[in-house]
Write a protein that binds this ligand. Sequence first.
Ligand code: TIU
Length: 219
Amino acid sequence: MQIKATPFPFNLEPARTALVIIDMQRDFIEPGGFGETLGNDVSLLQAIIPATQKVLHAWRRQGGLVIHTRESHRPDLADCPPAKRNRGTPALRIGDQGPMGRILIAGEPGNQIIEALAPIEGEVVIDKPGKGAFYATALHGELQRRAIRSLVFMGVTTEVCVQTSMREANDRGYDCLLLEDCTESYFPGFKSAALEMIRAQGAIVGWTAPSAILLAAME
Ligand code: TIU
């Protein structure tokens, strides 16, 4: 399959490609979670849910591997460096009790992936303590075990966890495609800058494309 992407076509071999959905959890997308405690307007992120869901459903129909990630810490915070917890002046810190349970803690209501994109049986869920999906997780092993070579990315936020994960993936030898309308930032200018820096210099980090192009190719 060849996807008309920027800066040039992206070769997608479905059996060797995983769909990676970064951190579409209530903490970032609904009021009262980590995203809002940092001072952000989380409603901006809700706009990508329909397009993201459409791609997820199409990918499932085709039988492709789906990976979900969650930014998440252990209840005892052993995997949360004090430098991360103590950064800035948020309304609530990681581990504090919020309206959706403890902020960014595994198992709490706020840490769950939003219902529209909830994982189903057979899909891989990676809990990650960092911004990157490869740092201190089993993700690379899970992908290697299945002979995955390419990754299609969706999720939030574009310039933080998505871009960090794409850069980590790039350094581990994966070709990465980011779906432009299936990723969002709290800062529109940061989203467009991230898209540009990913595909600049001959796809230095990866490719980008609108989801409609991928969906058309999958039909
Ligand atoms: N703050 C922000 O934009 N993002 C994060 O803290 N995590 C993710 O991007 N998932």
